[in-house]
Design a protein around this ligand. Structure first.
Ligand code: ARG
Length: 590
């Protein structure tokens, strides 16, 4: 179904044509003075120049035409030439009535030309615990994926594991010192390797930081780790078997962590999956004359005339022939194009990697790893800071582990829920706390424009009031409880007709609802989950205002009451759809 603004604009265009003016002037926008009107058209002001006529004369003519139409309760011309519009309450109710019939999309049209979009997010590094730096990528990427899917696109999420660096060599080296008897270290061994990993996830998470610390102090240790990495990457059997164990143990744990965050990926590919594509890619870049040797390294120039800052060449191979993060990212583009041929690849990565991605994208374009019309998009996000404005740390100044952060917030939320006394069963309170805490974390992040740094203010995020996730959930829970009470009265909550608004607050709620489709479309085109948040917050506020001014359950006129209930249900369904797009959901009680 068309967006409400399109319907309005069509009427206004007609009026312009009927009065003899070009339709290009018939642009309608949301009013920036909601106290005066709901929508406005300023076209008479620009038409005045072309038609050499006073703007208010044109506005008068148009307003007179529009006043006669059923769609408007009022169409006023205001000097010097504004046209202020208010929608007719019955028209608006009819529009909502149609939205409510569409149980899945509430009238929001899916893209007519669906695109295949790959989204690279999460980006955890194997064997290293997830830290809060990875939180943003997971939360933002998941939401972009869901919004895209809702808009009808084929979205393919790929976690792009960091599984190819020195960290692997470090783990192998440390393991070799601790358990030299393991068969993986025996060069002459030709049999099968054990199925069981020789370590648990907690051991693995302890081994890596220990090894990393040792390598910083001990040069020979570091060399051993580099040598192990080299041998691993060049196919030493025992090491590759170890890598498979490290990957398996690590990925099992990562999946559990992401599940707790309601984040999931279609592909669990990693940097290592790109390695087989490197030799042919490098060969081609050399043959076609793009890559050349500079100071021993193989590079591709990527600077452009219009650059205001220096963009250094993209390094393809180091002087010792080793591949780099760049090489892996380029080769990843190769298999993504080969296996999926996407229209676009979106990277949700810390914005400090922007220059790096500029190099990679330019290189991919220049060396034609992608098609002419494939879009590569860098969606950089800012830093998550503590209340002191500095990057978020633990109390003792260490790197905050994601799991620990989440469990701390779960605990605080649990206390709050117990104090609220709305959920008395302890086990249910724990479950509810997790659901609400997730909304606090995700909404706290997503409500900011992704590219900006933001303050991770737990106290504010977990509050049930203000622009927070829990406030949105609280509003939904309130609606659920009204619906339950309505049913207890023996009333049916089947979709009764939505009636024309009888009060200011009811109309405002209806206007907010009617803008759902436009808000989602906009959030998608601008890759902006924060726009979904802004919409959700406006809608929740509009509902709460309506609720405080309207006696729903005490309403005596049954038809009016049933209409309120339908309106409430539609609001609830839309809010629930929106939070699903943000990656969280509402409990029954809280
Ligand atoms: N593993 C990387 C990190 O922790 C992020 C990966 C981002 N994606 C990519 N295609 N480079 O910084």
């Amino acid at each position: 179904m068309d967006k409400i603004l399109d319907f309005i604009e069509t009427e206004v265009q007609q009026a312009f044509t009927e009065c003899g003016y070009d339709v290009k002037f018939a642009k309608v926008t949301l009013s920036n003075r909601p106290d005066l009107c709901e929508y406005q058209c300023n076209g008479a002001l620009s038409a005045a120049k072309e038609y050499k006529k006073a703007p208010f004369l044109i506005a008068d003519e148009i307003a007179a035409r529009l006043s006669g139409k059923d769609m408007f309760e009022a169409a006023e011309s205001v000097k010097p030439g504004f046209i202020n519009l208010k929608l007719d309450a019955s028209y608006l109710a009819g529009y909502l009535q149609e939205m409510q019939m569409d149980k899945e999309r509430f009238g929001c049209e899916a893209a007519k030309e669906p695109k295949r979009i790959m989204i690279d997010y999460g980006g955890p590094n194997v064997a290293k615990p997830l830290h809060i730096g990875h939180l943003r990528s997971a939360i933002i990427g998941e939401s972009i994926k869901r919004i895209g899917r809702f808009m009808g696109h084929e979205m393919i999420g790929d976690v792009h594991l960091g599984d190819w660096g020195l960290q692997m060599g470090l783990i192998i080296t440390e393991l070799c010192i601790r358990k030299p008897e393991l068969v993986y270290f025996d060069k002459d061994y030709e049999g099968e390797y054990p199925k069981e990993a020789p370590f648990t996830i907690s051991e693995l998470e302890e081994i890596y930081p220990t090894a990393s610390a040792k390598s910083k102090e001990d040069e020979s240790y570091k060399e051993a780790a580099m040598q192990a990495t080299y041998e691993l990457q060049n196919g030493r059997r025992g090491y590759q078997a170890l890598l498979a164990h490290i990957l398996h143990v690590s990925v099992t744990d990562l999946k559990r962590n992401y599940e707790d965050l309601n984040v999931s990926f279609d592909l669990w590919k990693g940097e290592s999956d790109a390695q087989p594509y490197i030799p042919a890619m490098v060969q081609k870049m050399k043959e076609e004359g793009y890559a050349y040797i500079s100071e021993g390294a193989l590079v591709v120039d990527v600077k452009e005339d219009s650059d205001t800052k220096e963009v250094p060449p993209c390094m393809i191979l180091k002087s010792d022939g080793a591949s780099l993060y760049n090489t892996t990212d380029l080769a990843t583009i190769v298999w993504r194009m080969k296996d999926y041929n996407p229209d676009e690849i979106i990277y949700v990565v810390d914005k400090r990697q922007e220059l790096y991605f500029t190099q990679v994208f330019r290189c991919a374009k220049k060396t034609r790893l992608i098609n002419e019309d494939t879009k590569l998009t860098f969606h950089g996000f800012g830093t998550m800071n503590g209340r002191d404005g500095k990057p978020f740390k633990t109390r003792d100044g260490g790197v905050m582990r994601l799991e620990r952060l989440v469990s701390e917030i779960n605990e605080q939320m649990y206390q709050k829920i117990i104090e609220n006394k709305s959920v008395t069963d302890k086990a249910e309170a724990r479950k509810t706390a997790k659901i609400v805490a997730l909304s606090a974390i995700k909404y706290g992040d997503l409500s900011n424009q992704a590219s900006k740094d933001y303050i991770f203010d737990i106290e504010r995020f977990i509050s049930f009031e203000g622009n927070t996730g829990p406030y949105i959930l609280y509003t939904i829970v309130r609606m659920k409880s009204i619906l339950a009470k309505y049913r207890e009265l023996g009333e049916k909550t089947e979709n009764a007709k939505i009636l024309p608004a009888k009060s200011e607050s009811e109309k405002e709620l209806m206007l907010e609802i009617s803008r759902f489709g436009a808000a989602m479309e906009n959030a998608f085109t601008e890759t902006a989950p924060h726009k979904v948040c802004a919409y959700v917050y406006g809608l929740a506020n509009a509902f709460n205002r309506f609720y405080h001014e309207t006696k729903i359950l005490a309403e005596e006129d049954k038809e009016v009451q049933a209409g309120y209930i339908s309106l409430l249900k539609l609001t609830k369904n839309i809010l629930e759809k929106c939070i699903d797009l943000l990656g969280f959901y509402a409990p029954e009680r809280m």
